[in-house]
Design a protein around this ligand. Structure first.
Ligand code: GLY
Length: 563
């Protein structure tokens, strides 16, 4: 690593304060040889290429992560963007240093616990649904603290795609179609995404000149280019004029937090994943801990699925009960990750019968809806890694663009439990730990993850709202059984999230006989007509020293390995 790894002096004090509370993990330096190539998997070919472009310019994996994140913000605005946030899980090969950048959005200071009561749609559509973005601060922090290159270089591909335009894909067309009624309500958004009032056809070119200007400001001035000055003024004026509650103080005071990733082990595999304010890592590791008491490879296929579902049910139940922003209340991380605690949960699982979720706690049923977000995974030739999951929540977020900025705002406020016990857009219920409070981060399900054993190192994650964690769980079990990224990303998926109490499954995930056996055990089954998720994964096989990468066949991403 270069001396750019050391923080600028003027920020040293601030970081020292943050890091003393949330010190990232320091591990022993690895002794293994490193891969001789680099691998990037992301949800859009232009984003994957942006990452390689920056590596070729002498950037390290963290510069490449800035480039991929920013490119996705431009070419996949359905999933993430400058108006959103996310989590970057980092591993530095030279000394084993690992940390998670929590760039999750925060509730504005004027937010109140009951602000969405009796206001249908207000937590998902329009300016009031938008929380204070963390993405620009995350990009600036990654570049300044961990990168080698200035933002002007690592943001260049994104600026180019915003200025020159990019060809709209089928996924973009479909998701935009589903959010079109909301986007049409906001002229600043429809001008960009519905040119001449029409849904852009696949292969038409979409330009975002205002977004290019905002990116240039960030390139010149770092986080201040977004959180202060002209862009900040435009953001606040526009949000307030549309009924939102942002203030300039909300923007100026936004800070990322570096947190210690959560760690676990499953059958000799080290699992490293997102810490709260995401529930992703805890729910993933808790489910794996429950499953570690069984030999899943020897179980018949239906018994295996029944056990996985029962583990998901219990881990998601704890999500609803205990998880929220750790800066606003105690989150019992050690207990939830404890193997004996998992053994207690395991002792309540019967082989012959599903446990109704109401026996864990009675809650109303909700329907899960479509989800968005994005994920990318990178390993560079030195073995440095980034797993990043980024979001603006539902496809095209709130559908609202702050006039003159090109910034499409998130609707992450819906990830709070705005009415404890009632489900959000993903049907997830939550309690007071995830109630709305001024300045608080809403609970996420994002689960950027590393898996590591003597076989290799895997970097993976996916979009998909509440289903993110169960997707990563199924992929981790597949890794444990010796499979490669192409298998993890394409596996037929099934999901249980405690409430609604039922298994949702993709076409092909359960045979008729399996579905009948699971129903006889008491499981309620919902056969989905569409597949879900867009997993992006890379693997460094330590035995063969080869890198491989997989991009979910459900999406339009690109996974590449290059020298
Ligand atoms: N907005 C989806 C998540 O954070 O889980």
């Amino acid at each position: 690593m270069t001396n750019r790894m050391h923080k600028p002096k003027r920020l040293a004090c601030l970081y020292a304060c943050l890091l003393c509370v949330t010190a990232p993990l320091r591990a022993n330096p690895p002794s293994e040889p490193q891969p001789a190539q680099a691998a990037i998997a992301s949800a859009h070919p232009l984003a994957t290429r942006a990452g390689f472009e920056i590596l070729a310019k002498g950037g390290n994996v963290f510069d490449a992560a800035v480039a991929v994140s920013a490119a996705l913000a431009v070419v996949e605005p359905s999933g993430s963007g400058l108006g959103g946030g996310g989590y970057w899980l980092l591993h530095r090969a030279s000394d084993g240093f690992e940390t998670m950048i929590d760039g999750r959005e925060k509730a504005p200071y004027a937010a109140r616990a009951d602000m969405y009561r009796s206001r249908p749609g207000a937590s998902t559509d329009g300016a009031l649904a938008a929380a204070i973005p963390g993405m620009p601060a995350g990009l600036a922090h990654l570049a300044e603290r961990y990168g080698r290159l200035p933002l002007a270089v690592s943001l260049a591909p994104a600026i180019r795609h915003a200025e020159n335009g990019f060809a709209v894909g089928h996924k973009f067309h479909k998701l935009l179609g589903s959010r079109q009624p909301v986007i049409r309500r906001f002229p600043s958004a429809s001008r960009i995404f519905l040119p001449k009032g029409k849904l852009p056809e696949p292969f038409s070119v979409l330009r975002q000149p205002d977004l290019a200007e905002t990116l240039k400001r960030i390139a010149r001035s770092g986080r201040d280019g977004f959180y202060r000055g002209e862009v900040a003024e435009k953001l606040v004026d526009s949000v307030r004029a549309a009924g939102g509650i942002w203030s300039e103080t909300d923007l100026a005071s936004y800070r990322i937090i570096e947190r210690r990733p959560v760690k676990g082990a499953y059958r000799g595999i080290k699992v490293t994943s997102a810490a709260p304010s995401s529930s992703g890592g805890i729910v993933l590791i808790e489910a794996l801990n429950v499953l570690s008491g069984y030999d899943l490879e020897k179980a018949d296929e239906t018994a295996r699925k029944h056990l996985i579902v029962e583990a998901m049910r219990r881990a998601y139940h704890d999500r609803a009960l205990y998880l929220g922003d750790p800066d606003y209340g105690y989150v019992p991380v050690e207990r939830l990750l404890n193997a004996d605690y998992a053994a207690g949960l395991r002792s309540t699982i019967r082989f012959d019968k599903a446990l109704p979720s109401a026996m864990l706690a009675g809650e109303p049923e909700q329907n899960a809806e479509a989800a968005n977000t994005t994920h990318f995974s990178i390993i560079d030739r030195d073995g440095n890694r980034v797993a990043a999951t980024l979001s603006i929540n539902l496809p095209f977020g709130s559908g609202f663009v702050a006039a003159g900025t090109g910034v499409l705002l998130n609707n992450e406020m819906d990830d709070f439990a705005s009415s404890p016990g009632t489900g959000n857009a993903f049907g997830l219920v939550g309690g007071t730990a995830n109630a709305i409070q001024p300045g608080k981060r809403m609970l996420s399900s994002m689960a950027p993850t590393f898996l590591e054993n003597e076989r290799g190192v895997a970097v993976l994650g996916s979009p998909g709202g509440s289903r993110i964690i169960s997707m990563v769980l199924l992929a981790a079990l597949d890794y444990a059984e010796g499979h490669d990224p192409d298998s993890w990303v394409s596996l037929p998926r099934f999901h249980h999230q405690y409430l609604p109490d039922g298994i949702q499954y993709e076409p092909g995930a359960l045979s008729q006989a399996e579905a009948a056996t699971l129903a006889a055990k008491g499981h309620r089954l919902t056969a989905l007509t569409e597949r879900y998720g867009d997993m992006q994964a890379v693997l460094w096989n330590k035995k063969t020293r080869a890198l491989s990468a997989g991009s979910d066949p459900r999406g339009e991403g690109l996974a590449l390995v290059r020298p």
